[in-house]
Ligand binder design. Structure first.
Ligand SMILES: [Zn+2]
Length: 689
């Protein structure tokens, strides 16, 4: 009985919590085999570890000095015509090396330089030094993000794939100076290093997941600092970069399109807008309304073919506008349902739901048709310049998540129900699993079996998948959504299944800059575990708390544990474990007693008191820790203001409001829900003031 241990234990503790006696509860006193209320339950075993990864860190000290008595005669060398990533890697090397050693290294271009046994260089990127060193410079197996660090004679070579050269610098800093980034303003690295032996580096490091999209608005900004943070957290790609933009009017690039929306939910809004096509082709639209397509054209084969041809024609226009040279990352066509649960109820769609497991079946038929037409167009000699290796996806979301499969006892795997719904080799689902999981439960939980099966089934018929998963409560962004148990297991499970690309949607409420309710911890875990799915999530969590809160770590870890336990208690008591729990509305007095919220706020204050000493000795550090604490103070104070503002004295209320406004303003927290039509924080404060 491994599953849901957290909720069972939460039951035992909830009474204590409400009565403010939580600290006296023996939450650490359980046996090692059960959850102690804080650690994440790990249901995977050694046998489940991912064995396909490459993380070779073979490093030994040599007798030679890199730094002696604070002196270092190494120079950085980089390519004369360097890529922007190589240039960035050099800047990062200089900055982080100086952070650890107080030594600012010189950097110069590789003009006229070749490998020389006595020279002392740090070579970054594809330099003439590297190419004359005799080192194996083949980086094809590293893909875009993998890296190598190699010592030859006195020189250290850092190189890799397109982005890998940057990650090579971070790996170097990690190995050499214990560098780790926990949050954008929280880096740990050795300090005042004045003696250092040259190491014999033999490093080859390739991420387990090749395409790891950035999941939080925190990383969506356009400043140089935003770009640096994306690089440091190794999540640089945007979910939409891979997807071909589509414009609303056929053949007119100036019509609406091209942006993120045209690459996300785009079937009736961009591909086939009803105002242009419905009069002539009423069967293209769902019986439930023209904001969704009927993916089977109500069973009319001629109309279905016309729909396929029109969509293909739009794709062909976009392929000519968004060329492989200008958009090298764009390798996916996504033709997807709109973001609404309404779906077609016509006879043909109903037949697919009953006989083919859902509406993915007609989507496969449509994408097969589209891919045939577009592939044929690209194959023509006159279109060679627009040719790319495209994958054709539909959004397997809501009623489209389950594949049309049956289990083949002979093959011991799932196979398509029949030929008509067999995806072509380059047709895949973009698996957006909103209706298949409760992300607050372990992947191994009975409730999540359906979702796990869906992954197995799609993988059997289409290979490595594109994933879109969900890690927060989008209706209540400021409340705790306990996705920690799920994602620990999920990264390892998915790593073993094979991932084409992954997007784990966090807080993305239109520029919300700070992830709330332990979102910054989720962000750190994602960054680490998508690189190496075998990492121990509990070790990551422990390190993160120590780095982010210093002496206040025990208080904040306790707050984290209490909030998770309370969440488990709520889910149990009010029967809230459910699929699509990402939209459960928790802002209700029955879920959060006033005393509980006040306890959590008080815990933040005692945490702050623990780091008071930094206020004068290290004001910048103090401000950073204060911000980290304040981010978590926002959860209980928001709930207190939303639910109990009338119970507060006017003095208390005003003080909390002032602090809340200051914190949300300073941290860039704009609203309490994902939906941009919901009230802003300013509106919220106005309603309770
Ligand atoms: Zn239909």
């Amino acid at each position: 009985m491994k599953k849901r241990m957290i909720k069972t234990f939460a039951l035992a503790c909830c009474a204590c919590l409400t009565l403010n006696f939580f600290a006296s509860c023996n939450i650490q006193g359980n046996s090692a085999s059960t959850n102690d209320g804080g650690d994440i339950v790990q249901t995977t075993t050694k046998e489940d570890l991912y064995t396909g990864g490459t993380h070779i860190f073979d490093v030994k000290d040599t007798e030679k000095d890199m730094i002696k008595n604070g002196e270092c005669d190494y120079q950085i060398v980089y390519p004369s015509s360097c890529t922007s990533n190589e240039e960035f890697a050099v800047q990062e090397f200089i900055e982080l090396f100086a952070m650890a050693t107080n030594i600012e290294l010189e950097a110069k271009r590789d003009v006229g330089l070749t490998h020389n046994a006595s020279a002392k260089y740090i070579s970054i990127g594809n330099t003439s030094l590297l190419n004359s060193s005799g080192i194996d410079t083949d980086v094809s197996d590293l893909k875009d993000d993998g890296c190598k660090i190699v010592t030859k004679d006195n020189t250290v070579y850092i190189f890799g794939g397109k982005n890998g050269v940057m990650y090579g610098v971070y790996d170097f800093m990690q190995i050499t100076f214990n560098y780790e980034i926990y949050y954008i303003d929280c880096i740990e690295i050795d300090k005042n290093v004045s003696n250092l032996k040259l190491k014999n580096y033999n490093v080859k490091d390739i991420p387990d997941v090749e395409i790891r999209h950035r999941n939080w608005d925190r990383f969506s900004g356009s400043t140089a600092e935003d770009a640096r943070n994306r690089n440091r957290f190794r999540t640089i790609s945007s979910r939409i970069d891979q997807i071909l933009p589509i414009h609303q009017v056929m053949g007119d690039k100036t019509s609406a399109g091209g942006g993120g929306e045209s690459r996300t939910h785009n079937s009736t809004s961009y591909f086939l807008p009803p105002d242009q096509y419905q009069a002539e082709h009423p069967k293209w639209y769902a019986s439930s309304g023209n904001d969704q397509l009927c993916w089977s054209a109500h069973g009319d084969q001629k109309e279905l073919q016309a729909m396929i041809e029109t969509a293909a024609e739009k794709i062909i226009w976009s392929l000519q506008w968004y060329t492989p040279t200008a958009y090298p990352d764009c390798n996916t066509v996504l033709f997807s349902i709109e973001d609404a649960t309404r779906e077609c109820q016509c006879d043909t769609c109903t037949m697919y739901k009953t006989e083919y497991c859902g509406l993915a079946a007609p989507s496969i038929i449509v994408m097969n048709g589209i891919s045939e037409i577009v592939d044929e167009w690209m194959a023509k000699e006159e279109n060679a310049e627009y040719r790319r290796d495209l994958t054709y996806c539909f959004l397997a979301y809501l009623g489209f998540e389950a594949p049309p499969v049956k289990y083949d006892e002979t093959l011991k795997k799932y196979v398509p129900i029949d030929e008509s719904v067999t995806p072509r080799d380059n047709v895949k689902p973009y698996l957006a699993m909103m209706m298949s999981f409760d992300y607050q439960l372990s992947l191994q939980d009975e409730m999540n079996k359906k979702g796990k099966d869906i992954i197995d089934q799609w993988t059997d018929i289409t290979g490595k998948l594109n994933y879109w998963l969900y890690s927060v409560n989008y209706r209540n962004l400021l409340t705790v959504y306990d996705s920690f148990n799920f994602f620990n297991d999920a990264y390892r499970f998915l790593g073993n299944q094979g991932i084409r690309e992954i997007y784990v949607q966090g807080g993305t409420a239109g520029g919300q800059t700070t992830p709330t309710a332990w979102g910054s911890l989720k962000l750190y875990i994602e960054s680490k575990m998508l690189w190496d799915v075998n990492l121990d999530v509990n070790v990551l969590i422990e390190n993160w708390f120590n780095a982010m809160f210093k002496e206040a770590a025990p208080e904040m870890k306790e707050l984290f544990q209490e909030e998770r336990l309370w969440n488990g208690y709520l889910m149990d008591t009010f029967d809230l474990w459910m699929i699509r729990s990402n939209y459960t509305d928790l802002v209700n007095t029955k879920y959060f007693p006033m005393a509980t919220l006040e306890n959590w706020m008080a815990k933040c204050d005692s945490a702050l008191a623990k780091v008071e000493k930094y206020k004068t000795s290290a004001p910048e550090l103090y401000q950073a820790i204060k911000n980290h604490i304040e981010i978590e103070w926002i959860t209980p104070s928001y709930l207190l203001l939303a639910l109990y503002n009338e119970n507060l004295s006017s003095t208390d209320k005003n003080a909390i409001i002032d602090r809340f406004v200051d914190a949300t303003d300073r941290l860039g927290i704009l609203r309490a829900a994902e939906n941009r039509s919901t009230p802003t924080i300013t509106d919220f404060i106005a309603t309770i003031s």
